[in-house]
Design a protein around this ligand. Structure first.
Ligand SMILES: [Zn+2]
Length: 67
């Protein structure tokens, strides 16, 4: 019960900034691409050139609909 004051005091504190900022003015690493990267984007390339495996979340089984 004696900790109420401490709880109240920390209540106003904002969440720690987890987002890392990156230097401004970075552009896509892909040659010829001048897409600016966000300071919050930790990739070296824009979304169009980022090498990422996109999971097929919306993928339907083609054979299921083929009757
Ligand atoms: Zn790019």
């Amino acid at each position: 019960m004696g900790n109420q004051a401490a709880i109240r005091g920390s209540r106003t504190q904002a969440l720690p900034r987890a987002s890392q900022k990156f230097p401004e003015g970075r552009v896509c690493e892909s040659p010829g691409c001048e897409t600016r990267l966000s300071t919050y984007n930790r990739r070296e390339r824009c979304w169009a050139h980022a090498e990422m495996k996109i999971p097929r979340l919306r993928g339907r089984k083609p054979s299921a609909e083929n009757t």
